[in-house]
Write a protein that binds this ligand. Structure first.
Ligand code: SF4
Length: 279
């Protein structure tokens, strides 16, 4: 079978950085070692670290003293960071620079007295980080449909996006708010890495019989890759590991494409490639 791997498949820069942070902490024997929330939205990566002794806790309150704790790429809500700083621990900040930049700009706009709109997925870890900056003056927007049911105050405002939000969804929200609010600062904070991964996935999906998306079933950016591959007309399968392909009927498939979410191990993508090439 002919196999093409789409560009930017697998670990993005932010995930690679935090994974390296944990790897280095393990090499330096900084134990006990905790992550607050799953280190990335990928079960296999979480299990790999768990087997090597990395413990995952739900909140900063669950981190005991005298340990090393890692903040994941999505960052942490401001109040949880305060809890960690008050403890006697070695804190390693793995917040992606792009996420940190969004948080910084939100803080600036909040100081200017603006109402903050953030387009994103309800309950997502990155959204919790952003909405913690100015909780009393932040409005979470899941999509245009929800926004159209809201009353929009005509006051100075600012609009941001979760870094993995859909560009078309953001554009709809921006157009609607621009029509309602005279003084609106717009920050398109969608991550270029994920945009490029989506563009490359759509390009490959347009040329193959089957597109395999490798990634966590709880990962927002992986779900987006499935969406764009289907949108490009390809039969698309989402898998977390190559084992899920063992019973697939490949008889009518001559060309397959592979892409992977920003939290997908490069080794997992390679394993899928080798499996398909043997067919
Ligand atoms: S997807 Fe972009 S913003 Fe999110 S962690 Fe990766 S590099 Fe950072």
């Amino acid at each position: 079978m002919d196999v093409t791997i789409a560009g930017n498949a697998g670990f993005c820069g932010g995930v690679r950085r935090v994974v390296n942070l944990v790897e280095n902490a393990l090499s330096d024997n900084l134990r006990p070692l905790y992550t607050i929330g799953e280190i990335v939205h990928n079960r296999r990566v979480v299990e790999m670290f768990r087997d090597r002794g990395v413990q995952t806790v739900s909140t900063a309150n669950d981190v005991p003293g005298k340990c090393t704790a890692v903040i994941r790429a999505h960052g942490l809500p401001a109040e949880e960071i305060s809890v960690l700083r008050a403890k006697d621990i070695n804190l390693l900040d793995g917040t992606c620079g792009k996420v940190a930049k969004v948080t910084y700009r939100i803080r600036e706009c909040a100081v200017e007295g603006r109402l903050i709109y953030i387009a994103g997925e309800h309950g997502h870890a990155e959204m919790k980080t952003h909405t913690s900056i100015a909780p009393g003056s932040t409005v979470h927007v899941a999509g245009l449909k929800q926004l159209m049911q809201m009353s929009i105050p005509r006051i100075p405002s600012a609009l941001f996006a979760q870094t993995t939000f859909s560009p078309s969804g953001f554009s709809q929200i921006k157009d609607h708010l621009t029509g309602c609010i005279g003084d609106l600062k717009v920050f398109d904070t969608i991550c270029n890495w994920t945009l490029e991964a989506q563009r490359a996935a759509a390009e490959v999906a347009g040329q193959v019989d089957l597109m395999i998306v490798v990634g966590g079933k709880n990962s927002a950016n992986t779900a987006r890759l499935v969406e764009v591959s289907r949108g490009a007309g390809a039969e698309t399968v989402l898998i977390e590991s190559v084992d899920e392909l063992r019973d697939y009927d490949f008889t009518k498939i001559a060309m397959a494409g592979i892409t992977g979410g920003a939290s997908t191990l490069p080794a997992d993508i390679d394993e899928v490639r080798r499996f398909l090439e043997r067919i």
